[in-house]
Design a protein around this ligand. Structure first.
Ligand code: FAD
Length: 464
């Protein structure tokens, strides 16, 4: 049995720990936030102090890919999600009325997820984890401890030091400390070459409000509706809750007025396909969020790991702007892949580092690249609208599918496979005839903009 220390008890740290624990290793999770897991999902929403996760009370949605990974690899968590009141939600519920063939098809179950507020999702994951591995809350890991190197110039990590000054030895350290992970500094501090890192500041600013009601709203537009200079994200949650988010270009100073609940409400009320999402009891203020970064790290430089005995998983290695609601599902893919390579190579730390890098490149990098590309195009559009310039029209197969999906049941499902992370865009586009069909429909249908105020009307409304 090997001893493995996981740094960070967020959703992906806990999932990784459970997967490794299942292999028979002695796994301990160190989580810096001290507050114990509350007794119920509602107590988690009200009181759980999780300041280590800045997005803890921001909108979250678990995509179908994440749900199915849990069903397959961590059924205890899938059961805990259901027991915590998470909502079975079918992505096909967003199918627009313009599609007339609405018959069920074989395989449609794959679009059904189990989702909830972030506080509930994490409550469920923590409930399962605390039964399976040791989770020590209130322990901050401050630095990595090293032993004899296995390769010249490559430090070998043999444990961690905690803020209490305790040294804990481990055969493997897994960093899951999220988007604020300071792993690069910690590696440099032990003499490692700096990992590769690229970052991109997401140009969006978000204002979200949560609601609860006895009749959760039905979809009259998709989750994500792009207007001219703003977008609306409407997400179903657990226990009769839901969230409504307005997001826009962070340089759009006029729209910062939406922080005021009265103005925020006025905007949603002025959007006919979305106004009914206000028909509930507000259970939060209008919550702001901005400054979210896309960040990509690689711990392998010139074919050699920068260090051995340490891996990173989830947001600590790769994190994306949240608009696509992908982080947890990508993190779960990464956690499953991490457990697979640890299962195979734990006894050979150099090969483990290489295999982990290969697995990340194969399973996580394509989703990162796709998400960043999508964000760049969306940012360019929303920014142009804000600055009064003509909006650049998206081109290529993704743009054609984006229009055609509203008119064809097969293409709608194809787009939902991408949205739900069930298939990568290039896999979907490679299906025989799919792109031809999307292009033909995109030629005869204009892109639709949901009904709502023009930019001029919006600015007038916010100034009043
Ligand atoms: C606004 C917003 C909305 C989002 N919406 C969605 C969504 O709808 N769907 C989706 O799938 N994803 C969404 N995401 C992404 C999702 O939140 C992350 O991908 C996910 O939380 C990553 O989990 P993690 O465990 O890797 O990191 P985190 O959840 O950040 O957990 C890291 C943990 O490490 C702990 N920690 C930090 N430093 C130390 C230390 N030194 N020692 C010990 N512990 C430490 C922290 O306290 C924290 O508990 C969103 C993100 C944002 C910012």
């Amino acid at each position: 049995m090997s001893r493995i220390v996981v740094l960070g008890g967020g959703m992906i740290g806990l999932a990784t720990a459970m997967l490794l624990g299942r292999q028979g290793h002695d796994v301990t999770v160190f989580e810096k936030d001290a507050t114990p897991r509350p007794a119920s999902p509602d107590a988690a929403w009200e009181d759980w102090d999780r300041r280590g996760v800045v997005q803890f009370r921001q909108p979250h949605f678990l995509q179908p890919a994440g749900r199915w990974l849990l069903e397959e690899h961590l059924p205890e968590v899938a059961q805990a999600l259901a027991a915590a009141g998470c909502l079975p939600f079918d992505l096909l519920a967003q199918m627009p009325r313009s599609i007339t063939n609405r018959d069920k098809r074989a395989g449609d179950d794959r679009f059904v997820t189990l989702t909830g507020r972030r506080t509930t999702l994490e409550f469920a994951v923590a409930t399962a984890a605390e039964r399976m591995v040791q989770v020590e809350r209130g322990v901050t890991v401050t630095r990595l401890v090293t032993g004899r190197s296995l390769r010249d110039g490559v430090p070998h990590v043999t444990g961690v030091c905690t803020s209490a000054g305790e040294e804990v030895s481990a055969d493997l350290v897994v960093d899951a400390t999220g988007r604020k992970s300071n792993l690069v500094d910690q590696l440099v501090a032990i003499g490692a070459r700096p990992p590769l890192e690229s970052t991109e500041e997401s140009a969006f600013f978000y204002y979200t409000r949560f609601f609860r009601g006895s009749n959760p709203p039905q979809f009259r537009a998709g989750f994500l509706a792009n207007f001219h200079s703003f977008s609306l994200l409407t997400l179903p949650g657990d226990s009769g809750t839901w969230s409504v988010t307005v997001f826009f270009f962070s340089g759009d100073a006029a729209l910062k007025a939406l922080r005021d609940p009265a103005r925020w409400t006025k905007l949603i009320s002025a959007c006919p396909a979305h106004a009914h999402w206000l028909e509930g009891e507000p259970i939060s203020d209008v919550l702001p969020m901005g400054g979210v970064t896309d960040r990509y790290r690689r711990l392998m430089v010139d074919g050699m790991p920068v260090a051995t005995g340490v891996l990173a998983v989830g947001d600590a290695l790769v994190c994306t702007n949240p608009v696509g609601g992908r982080g947890i599902s990508i993190g779960l893919m990464h956690a499953v892949g991490t457990a697979e390579v640890v299962g195979e190579y734990l006894d050979d730390p150099v090969e483990l580092a290489r295999a982990h890098d290969r697995m990340t490149q194969a399973r996580v990098t394509p989703w990162y690249t796709y998400t960043v590309g999508f964000d760049r195009a969306h940012t360019a559009q929303i920014r142009a609208a804000t600055e009064g310039r003509p909006t650049p029209l998206p081109t290529g197969p993704g743009a054609a599918l984006g229009v055609a999906m509203l008119h064809d049941a097969t293409l709608f499902r194809a787009a939902m496979e991408i949205m739900g992370l069930l298939a990568l865009p290039h896999e979907v586009y490679a299906r025989p005839g799919l792109i031809d069909r999307a292009m033909k429909l995109a030629d005869v249908h204009a892109p639709t903009v949901p009904p709502g105020p023009s930019r001029t009307e919006l600015l007038r409304m916010l100034a009043a």
